[in-house]
Design a protein around this ligand. Structure first.
Ligand code: PMP
Length: 463
């Protein structure tokens, strides 16, 4: 680490953090005596904390974000130059990086033509929900206003995005929620024994048909959109079963329902294609993305739509209510698209999609070898460098493992200098899918280092 901190400075930083910063997603009581962790520097796949300890980051900044790795001077340079030239202008004006990034992004998304800028995944999703509500008001007298979301999916932290969360433990304390959001069943084949009526064969088609049942129950004339993650992230790295997406697409077409794909995690290379939905031949009407768009070098999210959706908001210029009456103050900050454009250049020039596919397969093999050795691993899932291992107490009954074991494994890896994650199950208090999402630059050595640490940690946690 070559950070500029002396040990005196850093203890003042730790003190300031302990006294004044309210960290995300954490119970603070232990910080009254223990030290909060502060990450001081990063390079490639590595980060260093306040004590100079080196960590191999297997979760790209904690939450699937730093796709091109840390310490990218070229992104810092591009952003610096852009900020010095023009940092910001919002409202109805465009910007040079905004236009160029939209063009580049959409060149990777056949069928999609428009990009709307915002700052976070939640915000992009909220904007998509607003589009659906406005289309319902304009075209269907307000009737087609309901938005379907899936058990175990997650779409963000605001109250309306939480109204669309399929992870009860994340939402439970924050109601009352926004009306008009309706849940459809999950499609995790490994847990189909928990779903009434799930068949032994053709599970994918059956799981998609459950969506149709909800539509028929609610009344197709009331349903405006279906919002799904292409591969569910926080709900347990759930890859959809065969036949699922084909049927989902048919159902959306049949009932004139907009298909909104939430690519906040999968977007921009994470699964080895530019977008997760591109593995499945899906034709979305709206796509939202955030984390990997600029790999965390700037805050940017995008809502992308087809021209057909866009056209609905410009078809009647005489009506002052007909356009999208929405703004995002920091959607006008040029650092986001400038960083995002350079991020895409890096992915292309360094062949990171190809690397992600190859290293993802290599890591899957390693994880399957761990599953052969450790009965606590019930199933290995995922695509590209977006992988998970569901932990079970019993392989035959598939009873979930106690979340304390997952936490012990995560903690043990941290001690070994490897940062991994554990995602939530829908059941309160269950953290039982280990989660891996190293940067797209990962090498075989990095992957071996990650899986060796997990191997040792599982051995100790289950001894
Ligand atoms: N959608 C998905 C699939 C996510 O995983 C997340 C965040 N983990 C969000 C939306 C919300 O993104 P943000 O935290 O940037 O608001």
């Amino acid at each position: 680490m070559d950070g500029n901190f002396s040990s005196n400075d850093i203890s003042a930083v730790v003190d300031a953090d302990r006294k004044h910063v309210w960290h995300h997603l954490i119970q603070h009581k232990p910080f009254e005596t223990g030290e909060p962790r502060i990450i001081v520097e990063g390079k490639g796949m590595l980060v260093w904390d306040q004590n100079g300890k080196e960590h191999l980051d297997a979760v790209s900044g904690g939450v699937w974000t730093v796709n091109v790795g840390y310490g990218r001077e070229s992104i810092a340079d591009v952003v610096r130059d852009q900020l010095a030239k023009l940092n910001y202008f919002a409202g109805s004006a465009g910007s040079i990086p905004g236009a160029l990034f939209a063009e580049k992004l959409l060149s990777k998304m056949p069928g999609m033509t428009r990009c709307y800028y915002a700052n976070s995944g939640s915000e992009a999703n909220e904007k998509a929900f607003k589009l659906v509500r406005q289309i319902a008001a304009k075209r269907y007298g307000g009737k087609k206003h309901k938005i379907l979301y899936r058990d175990r999916d997650y779409h963000g932290t605001t109250i309306t995005a939480l109204s669309a969360t399929g992870q009860d433990e994340r939402a439970a304390q924050y109601g009352p929620f926004t009306p008009g959001f309706v849940r459809v069943p999950h499609c995790l084949e490994y847990r189909k024994h928990e779903q009434d009526g799930a068949p032994a064969e053709n599970y994918g088609e059956w799981a998609a048909n459950q969506i149709e049942e909800v539509i028929l129950r609610e009344g197709p004339e009331t349903v405006g959109a279906l919002c799904l993650e292409p591969i569910t992230a926080g709900g347990g790295v759930i890859t959809p079963p065969d036949g699922y997406w084909e049927r989902v697409q048919e159902i959306c077409t049949k009932y004139d329902i907009l298909l909104h794909i939430d690519e906040v995690v999968c977007g921009v290379g994470r699964t080895g294609t530019w977008f997760g939905y591109q593995h499945y031949g899906i034709k979305p009407d709206m796509v939202t993305m955030a984390k990997g768009v600029a790999s965390g070098y700037a805050a940017i999210s995008c809502l992308v739509t087809t021209e057909e959706v866009f056209d609905m908001f410009k078809d009647d210029p005489s009506d002052p209510m007909s356009y999208f009456r929405d703004i995002s103050t920091f959607g006008g900050c040029t650092a986001g698209p400038a960083a995002a454009l350079e991020n895409m250049r890096i992915i292309e020039d360094e062949n990171l999609l190809e690397n992600t596919t190859a290293m993802g397969e290599y890591m899957l093999d390693n994880l399957h070898a761990l599953a052969d050795k450790h009965p606590i691993i019930g199933q290995v899932r995922g695509k590209g460098l977006f992988l998970g291992c569901e932990l079970v107490a019993d392989r035959t009954t598939r009873e979930p493992a106690n979340e304390k074991i997952a936490q012990a494994i995560v903690g043990d890896c941290m001690q070994q200098g490897v940062i991994i994650g554990a995602t939530n199950r829908s059941l309160p208090g269950k953290n039982n899918t280990l989660c891996f999402s190293p940067a797209l630059i990962a090498t075989k050595d990095d992957i071996d280092n990650i899986t060796n640490a997990v191997d040792a940690a599982i051995t100790r946690a289950t001894a």
